[in-house]
Design a protein around this ligand. Structure first.
Ligand SMILES: [Zn+2]
Length: 157
């Protein structure tokens, strides 16, 4: 046989032995393919030895399970910072404004407490609120009657 063994055949021979009688017969009669197979085996063996030595020099890295969310954590880090900034802004700014407004509000509350509302004041306030209510209901037409909202006989079909 003039054609020598292919790389795939060398791999098969190395992994599981000769796949068929023709391949085994060629290998028995061809010194060149035997030499090639020995080089192939030496190369694979050298690669295995080097890989084993490399993994033995890194015992912690080889035995420790890889952190599952490392890549995802770094990918979402900007999102986390943006979220933290949003929390600081939405909670911190109103709290800061409340702290700086508190003395004024306290002063107003003290002033209100100093003068107790008389029944006449309460009646005047109620009259004012009633005027406001009348003004609001008469100046603007409410859309509620148009859509028959707020009526008792509205039935949802
Ligand atoms: Zn050959």
């Amino acid at each position: 046989m003039n054609t020598h063994l292919s790389n795939e055949q060398f791999t098969e021979i190395f992994v599981a032995g000769a796949p068929d009688a023709a391949c085994e017969g060629h290998l028995a009669g061809c010194a060149q393919c035997r030499a090639e197979l020995e080089k192939f085996a030496a190369s694979v063996g050298l690669f295995s030895t080097v890989a084993l030595q490399w993994s033995e020099t890194r015992p912690q890295a080889a035995t420790r399970p890889a952190p599952r969310w490392t890549a995802a954590r770094w990918a979402f880090a900007p999102v986390g910072w943006a979220l933290a900034a949003a929390v600081v802004i939405s909670v911190g700014v109103p709290a800061w404004r409340y702290d700086h407004r508190a003395p004024v509000a306290g002063a107003l509350a003290g002033a209100a407490d100093a003068t107790v509302d008389s029944p006449a004041d309460i009646a005047q306030d109620n009259a004012l609120l009633e005027q406001v209510n009348v003004a609001l209901t008469t100046n603007e037409d409410s859309p509620l009657p148009e859509y028959r909202l707020g009526q008792r006989d509205v039935r949802v079909r």
